[in-house]
Design a protein around this ligand. Structure first.
Ligand SMILES: C[S@@+](CC[C@H](N)C(=O)[O-])C[C@H]1O[C@@H](n2cnc3c(N)ncnc32)[C@H](O)[C@@H]1O
Length: 287
């Protein structure tokens, strides 16, 4: 029997998946220069190899799945994720864009089971491997599933994006540094694989390293429209939830003012936000 607590838990999960999906969609929209460069680079690397079946591991809301289906016009793209809400969003997008015939979704918790796939030619795993309990086990399974000559591209990051100036003009300067330090402390327990040596782990699984590229992100939101401020709001909102226990009351108050809708000190009123960071894409081949 399902209890009331289960209902509340399920509703909370759905809400948090919907929030994450919106954040991921904003990531793709606001950082579209990075996404375009990275996926085009992978597309070029795959020139001359078989491109029948593509896997998007930990696909989220489909920020990789959909552009991959568009770039690889003949391929079937299989999006794998543990979240049904994410996969539902991918199916809706694929349908809207006339890609439903080539985009398939597979719900699987990769910590528990490796689904049966036909041989895979290209795998894209963006910001997902660090969520796994045992990425080496999954990379080992992936190795056996990839076709000889097939490519795997792992997109990861070792530091979170930054948005704020050091001095906001109110509150204590250095808010973002303190928030990120608190988040890192929390992640040391909850996401120990974040910032791992992915090229080393791919090679340990049997893949041959092809190339590794660092994509610098430096974006002035004045040129990125409203979505950049919404992205900053979503991200700092998540940061506040993740790091609230470790932050001083004064910092929580400052965050509250920044996140206060269209309030006088809110992010939407600022003209000095700047999105900075980097993503690293590691490309490897199954011999
Ligand atoms: C940060 S999101 C990245 C999504 C997408 N690849 C992107 O770059 O926008 C990580 C995704 O991995 C999925 N995920 C986390 N652990 C997983 C697991 N054990 N099995 C399958 N998917 C998982 C999450 O549900 C989430 O959608």
């Amino acid at each position: 029997m399902t209890s009331m607590a289960d209902h509340h838990g399920a509703a909370h999960d759905d809400e948090s998946q919907a929030h994450l999906a919106e954040l991921l969609d904003l990531d793709a929209e606001v950082l579209c220069a990075y996404w375009t460069d990275a996926l085009s680079w992978v597309r070029r690397a795959a020139t001359g190899t078989a491109r029948v079946r593509i896997l998007d591991l930990g696909a989220g809301s489909g920020t990789g799945t959909i552009p991959l289906a568009q770039r690889f016009g003949d391929a079937e793209v299989i999006a794998v994720d543990t979240s049904e809400e994410m996969l539902r969003r991918i199916r809706v997008k694929a349908l809207d864009l006339g890609l439903a015939g080539r985009v398939r979704t597979v719900r699987a918790d990769l910590d528990v089971v490796w689904p049966a796939f036909e041989p895979i030619d290209l795998t894209w795993a963006s910001m997902s491997l660090h969520h796994l309990t045992d990425p080496d086990e999954v990379l080992g399974q992936l190795f056996t599933t990839m076709r000889s000559g097939g490519l795997v591209a792992v997109a990861e990051f070792s530091e979170h994006l930054r948005f704020l100036p050091h001095d906001l003009g109110f509150g204590r300067p250095g808010l973002e540094e303190r928030c990120l330090a608190a988040l890192s402390e929390e992640h040391a327990h909850s996401l120990p694989e974040l910032g791992s040596d992915w090229s080393g782990r791919l090679q340990a699984a049997g893949f041959t390293l092809v190339a590794e590229r660092v994509f610098a992100i430096e974006l002035d939101p004045r040129h990125a429209g409203d979505s950049a401020a919404r992205y900053a709001q979503r991200w700092l909102g998540r940061l506040r939830s993740g790091a609230a226990d470790q932050l001083a009351d004064e910092d929580l108050e400052t965050l509250g003012a920044l996140l206060d809708g269209d309030g006088p000190q809110s992010l939407t009123q600022r003209r000095d936000l700047q999105i900075r960071g980097c993503r690293t894409v590691t490309l490897a081949r199954r011999p």
